[in-house]
Every structure is written in C-alpha cells, then in structure tokens.
Write a protein that binds this ligand. Structure first.
Ligand code: WTA
Length: 651
C-alpha cells in the first residue's frame, strides 16, 4: 500500500454538499432513501434486481434472478431471454424518445452527425443484416478496431442484435496486440476503418489490421468503414476478404429481428492486463450486464430526458462500453461522442464542445483533469460552461487538488462530482456518490452502489480500516470468467479469501463510512488510466535480442498518476546507448502501443536480487522515488544497488 496516498487521504476532511436545486430534481435525493434502498438491495438482492430488470424488455422472463450453485460461476436472470440492442433501441421507438438524438458526434476535423434513436436503430438493423449476409452467426467472435465514430457503437449493437460476441480493441493497440487478441478468441471477422483522425493526422487502421491478421487463419472477412475519405492514404482491399461497410449496408433491409439470446449468452470480451504476461479476455454476458449498466447510468449520472451526456473515454475501454454505449442508450439518453484529442486544433477543444452542444453531464479521467490544469485556466475560461450540472471521474484515484480544480474551474462550484470506482471486470460502477443525496469529499468515491456489498480486509480476511478492497456478494454486472481460462478466473479473483471477490485495489474506510481507493496492490500499473501489467512489459523486453533481464515498476507521476520505469540489464557485449533506448521504445510500440512506453529505461549492470535470485522490486521503487532504501539484508550483492542509484540519478 502506498503510505503517501494514505496520508494525503487522511488529511482530506472537506465536504461538499449538493445544491438544493440539484437535490430537488434528483432521482435519489435523500441519504435516508439511499440507505433504505441499499439495505434492501443487500438483504434481498433477488427482489431488488428482479424489480429493476422488470423495467427492461425480456422476450421470456427469467426463472431465477441469481443462481449461486456453481460459485464463482454465477448466473443472473437464469433462462431469461432478451436482447440488449432491443433494449437500447427498439424499446424507445414507440415512445417520445424515438426522434431524440441518441448520438451527437463530432469528428476531429469538425464534422457533425446526429443520429436519432430511429436513425441509429435503422443503421444497426442494416449492419446486423449485412453481418448475417456474410455468414456471421450467434456466438461468433468479432474483433472491432475502429476510431471513435458512430459506426463503432453501431457495430457493437449490430453484433449484439444477432447474438455475435464483440471484442473491441482500442485503436491505439499495435498489430501484434490485435493478432494476440484475435487468435485468443478465434475471431471470425475484423471490423475496422481505412483511418481515423488523431491530432490532425490519419491513423491508418486498415494497414495495421492487414499486418495483424497475416497469421490469423480464423479471420474470414474484414469490414472497412470509409472514414479517411481516400486522402493520400492507400487502403488496400483484398478481393473476397475485405468489404467496404457502405457497400454491404446498401440495399439490405433495415429490419433485422433481434436474436432472442439467453441472459447468460456472451455479449462481449474485453482484454485487459493482469499480473501475468498475457492479457486476459474478460467475459461479460447479456442480462446482468444490461440491468447493471442501465441502473448505474441512470442513478450515478442522474440522467434526465433533456441531458446531453458526454463521457470522454474511448469506446475501446470498458468505460466507453458501459457508459457511452450500453448504459446511456438503455436509458434513452443523448450521448455526445468526439473522435479526437482535447488539444486539437487547440487546448480549448473540449470546452468548445461543451459550449457548442450545451453538455450537461461530463465524465472524464483524473489524468485528463491534471493535464487541463497544466494547460491553464485560460482555456476553459474562454467558453461558457454554464450548461454543466454534473461532473464525474473514473479510472484512477483523483488527488484532492485536481478534484478542487475540477469543481471550481469546470463546475463553477455548482456541480456535484461523482468519483466512480469500478473495473473492466465489474462491468459497471461499484462505489460512487449518488449526486443528489451524498456530500462528497475530494478523493473519496464515498459509498457503494445498490447491491454492492463492499468491505476492507487484511491479508487474512479480517475487516480492517485500511487494507484491501473486497466485495462480498455477486452483482449482476460482474465478469463471468476469463475467456477459455476458468482456472485463472478463480485464482485471480476468488482465491485470496473464500467466496469474496478480490479486485486488486487498496482501500480505506473512514469514520463516516466513506471509501477511499488507494490504487493497485498488485503488479498492475495505472498509467493515465490505462492498466499495464509489469510482467507483460518485462516479458516483452526480454524478447528483445539485446536484453538479459528486466524489471518494470510503477512510480508516481504528476499528470499520468503513475508512470513506468524499466530497469534492464544487457547481454554480454551489448553496449547501452541512446539509440538502443530509442529502439527499445519502438519495440514497446510494436508489441503493445504508444501508451505503454516507459517514462525511463535504465540500463543496469545487474538487477538487485535476493540470495535466492528474486528481483527486489521494492528497492527499485525506493531508488526511483528517491527514498532511503528499505531493508537490504536479503540483498545478494549490495554494490548492484549503488550502481543503479548512480545511473538513475545521472539520467
Ligand atoms: C482504478 C476502469 C480510484 C482501480 C473503469 C481499478 C480507480 C482500475 C477508480 C480498473 C477510482 C478505477 N478511484 N481508482 N474512481 N476507477 N480505478 O479495468 O485501480 O481500466 O482497479 O476500469 O482502475 O481499471 P479498468
């Protein structure tokens, strides 16, 4: 556990109260109401979740809300038949929501598109029919590698409509990462675009996919959305395998009856880094995930019919799945979607978008907030942000200083802030303020959401004030496993204590019962809200021909939250040089993507080890954070650490 984090958190006592005006209109406006409903949801989860699920459409009602017989392989809404695309689209077409904007999109170069629920339903139906025409069936896996354009949401919903399983790969991943994911889930198709705009340049996605699938025999078809419009970027179409999106949706019917899928049928896989070398395919199924994202989106963002809700995450991560696509659309909300970066053409782009579309709810990451702070107040101050009524954060702990800035400069001290703790694995928000009824403290995610039974445990499973975050009961949005690795699922999440879910985060509960999340306690580093496994990076380094050994650690970083530092020792006869450092960075880009490049690569003669040969990462952390070294009695060769210290300070 990070002592420094703990100390900052202990000093933070300020409380912020939602305004009477906000409270008056909120879905949940009193703490008593929260506590009463929370108690009921914990005492009788089946009754609670069953009644929420009734608000959505089921072709056939479930037999049982929760089946725990085969724990930790839980089943929610057992034998229920539904379809999430039906609930996100068709359900609204007979109501006033039909003509409301579902997606308001802005491209980085400045184009705008508005799709009403009716428009979106038509597009999804057409693409679903086109997928069927290409032979896609219920249960097939489809990889999606698209920029932030409406077709990304359309593709996901079209897969869901016919019972195909999507796995979205963030468009910053390299060809090799795509290949590994495609092979792991045996994907039958890849959906991509010729390119996507990023900071004024076109990222040539189709070329990356071509390289990725050279060795993937499982991929029979590639669908290509035309986004870069034939700019000087050649996009090769391989006859028979590749299909332009606009061609295959032309002349297909705009009616595609939704597949009546089982509640526990897989909806999607999403790969995330863990503590071992190989990313894991997190499994989410249909019914429980749908009910959970529907309810969390409604209450946490306090959605109202007139809201323009903007989540700035990329749909390639879980935040975009749950809170750009499924949760808000299940609620009939209007979502804003933006393709590009916040500093294009200048650092005011986000604030310009908020003013232009009258955004009311804004959900972003602490790392983005710290970047905005660095850019200065003059950017947001140029724009009218008074349409905002609620702010949110996700992805990493928010430091109180950034929280206060967000509240003052973006929220005008008039918007509650929901600091939402959750994970790819949890499917949706787990610990969060409900904005109309809870006082907030900067840096605390406050209380658990309905149905979430949280506690803080020590190593031996006893309740404690500061220790490991733990979840004692299953919840509908939970992961159902790791794709084709049931053993790893049990070991990673359910083996620390019996029948308790271990998320891998440290936490503290204060005297008001507020939770403070203190960051990862395992070998996962959270860089700008992106999870990177140190073991994954280490194994990538040793694959390089020059490297003998490597150890990667996370250190504190002012803007990114955490940054990576790699210590590497070279093979006999290889010399350290700036060129080699550049080559190694390039190697990481090739193997994972730009976002995983370490802040520093330190060439060491040797790495500090115990006498039994285990690398002492703790000492590397001490060196990197400039602290006095902890206990070194088990260190095999004390000279190693002096050499490292000198090298670290040099650079
Ligand atoms: C961290 C993102 C503190 C945490 C939705 C978790 C947070 C990991 C918060 C999951 C928060 C997420 N406060 N830490 N509000 N939200 N985290 O899977 O360490 O990309 O385990 O899901 O991010 O990251 P993931």
């Amino acid at each position: 556990m990070d002592r420094q984090n703990l100390e900052t958190v202990l000093m933070e006592n300020r409380k912020f109260v939602p305004s009477d005006e906000f409270k008056k209109r909120a879905h949940i406006s009193s703490l008593d109401e929260y506590f009463t409903r929370y108690r009921k949801s914990i005492d009788d989860p089946e009754k609670f979740w069953g009644s929420i699920a009734e608000e959505l459409h089921w072709f056939k009602k479930w037999d049982r809300v929760l089946n725990e017989e085969d724990a930790p392989f839980f089943k929610w809404f057992e034998n229920g038949k539904t379809n999430i695309s039906y609930n996100c689209l068709d359900r609204h077409l007979e109501t006033g929501v039909r003509n409301k904007a579902a997606i308001i999109w802005e491209g980085e170069p400045g184009e705008q598109r508005v799709l009403t629920y009716w428009d979106l339903a038509r597009e999804v139906n057409k693409f679903a029919n086109a997928l069927r025409n290409l032979g896609i069936k219920h249960g097939d896996r489809i990889a999606i590698y698209l920029p932030m354009i409406p077709e990304l949401a359309i593709a996901m919903l079209a897969c869901a409509r016919i019972g195909a399983i999507h796995t979205v790969i963030f468009a910053g991943f390299s060809a090799e990462s795509i290949r590994d994911r495609v092979l792991d889930c045996d994907a039958r198709m890849v959906i991509t675009a010729d390119g996507g705009w990023r900071r004024g340049n076109v990222l040539q996605l189709k070329n990356i996919v071509d390289e990725a699938i050279q060795e993937c025999d499982c991929v029979k078809d590639v669908v290509v959305v035309k986004r870069a419009h034939g700019d000087p970027f050649p996009c090769h179409i391989k006859e028979g395998r590749d299909h332009w999106y606009h061609r295959i949706i032309d002349e297909v019917s705009a009616v595609c009856p939704p597949a009546e899928v089982d509640s526990e049928d897989l909806l999607f896989l999403l790969y995330t880094s863990g503590t071992t070398g190989k990313p894991k395919g997190i499994i989410h199924t249909t019914g429980g995930y749908m009910v959970f994202t529907y309810l969390t989106a409604k209450y946490v963002f306090d959605l109202r019919p007139e809201d323009v809700y903007w989540c700035t995450a990329d749909i390639g991560w879980v935040t975009g799945h749950s809170y750009i696509v499924y949760g808000p659309l299940a609620n009939g909300a209007t979502c804003l979607m933006y393709e590009g970066t916040p500093n294009w053409p200048d650092k005011g782009r986000f604030w310009n978008i908020i003013e232009k579309y009258g955004v009311t709810v804004f959900y972003t990451a602490p790392t983005a907030i710290r970047t905005f702070m660095k850019w200065g107040e003059r950017w947001p101050e140029k724009y009218d942000l008074s349409s905002l009524r609620l702010l949110g954060t996700v992805g990493e702990p928010i430091n109180p200083e950034a929280w206060i800035w967000y509240n003052k400069i973006i929220g005008g001290e008039n918007c509650p802030i929901v600091d939402t703790w959750w994970q790819t694995e949890t499917g949706g928000i787990m610990i969060t303020p409900l904005p109309g009824c809870m006082d907030t403290k900067p840096g605390s995610a406050t209380y658990p959401f309905f149905g979430i039974d949280v506690t803080v445990l020590n190593e031996s499973g006893e309740e404690t004030e500061a220790g490991f975050l733990a979840i004692k009961k299953p919840w509908p949005g939970m992961l159902r496993g790791i794709y084709s690795d049931a053993k790893r699922y049990k070991e990673t999440y359910w083996s620390k204590w019996p029948d308790v879910y271990f998320p891998g985060d440290g936490a503290k509960k204060d005297s008001d019962g507020y939770y403070w999340i203190l960051g990862r306690v395992d070998d996962v580093v959270n860089v700008s809200g992106h999870r990177i496994g140190t073991a994954e990076l280490e194994s990538i380094f040793v694959e390089h021909e020059t490297i003998a050994e490597s150890a990667v650690i996370g250190i504190k970083h002012e803007v990114k939250g955490q940054a990576l530092v790699a210590f590497v020792s070279l093979k006999e006869g290889v010399k350290a040089s700036p060129e080699l450092e550049g080559e190694l960075k390039h190697w990481v880009v090739k193997k994972i993507g730009k976002f995983a490049i370490p802040e520093r690569i330190i060439f060491a003669a040797d790495l500090p080890k115990t006498r039994s040969g285990k690398i002492m990462r703790r000492l590397l952390r001490d060196v990197s954070e400039g602290r006095a070294l902890g206990n070194i009695t088990t260190l095999a060769d004390a000279a190693v650490i002096d050499d490292l210290k000198a090298k670290y300070e040099e650079g």
